[in-house]
Design a protein around this ligand. Sequence first.
Ligand code: URA
Length: 209
Amino acid sequence: MGKLVICDHPLIQHKLTFIRDVRTNTKDFREHVDEVATLMAYEITRDIPLETITVQTPVTETESKVISGRMLGLIPILRAGLGMLEGVLKLLPAAKVGHVGLFRDPDTLQPVEYYIKLPTDVQERELIVIDPMLATGGSAIAAITSLKKRGCTQIKMMNLIAAPEGVAAVQEAHPDVDIYVAALDDHLNEHGYIVPGLGDAGDRLYGTK
Ligand code: URA
């Protein structure tokens, strides 16, 4: 079973409160999401391996650590995932970015992939799938399935807020995927919104409502 990591650093929790607040305007919402994404990137990379190299300081030669040549890939799910992308790239500027676009078929209610563009060496990379809201888990599961079909094996999921239903669904479908969230909320309502949540992440990021 993949682990669920709640990134409960005080700075993340503080900023998340402003993100939740209905009075927060689009500009401030986007800035807070960007900042939380950077802070979460710090947590999600906690276990990436280091190697020791020799470096010459102004005083002496010494051994010191650098991130070993591990290659990372960031996979925002369109469109709300884009709101967290730049924040993660601030800490991981060498990561390559792939995009996955999904919409929900109104008849079957199943996610349908309408766009995918990935780095050519995606299967060699450790991937972080990014989506602010993990609600039913449908999009996350479909995106991860799509990546696995293309040979990807090392995948983590990063969300601002998750519903227990979505976490359970992803853990069931993809037990090898660890999920990092800033908050685990209470439940999904009858409209598929996370409660208490933050409303529609895409609309709040881009001012479309
Ligand atoms: N997507 C959102 O943007 N918000 C929710 O609460 C659930 C899914």
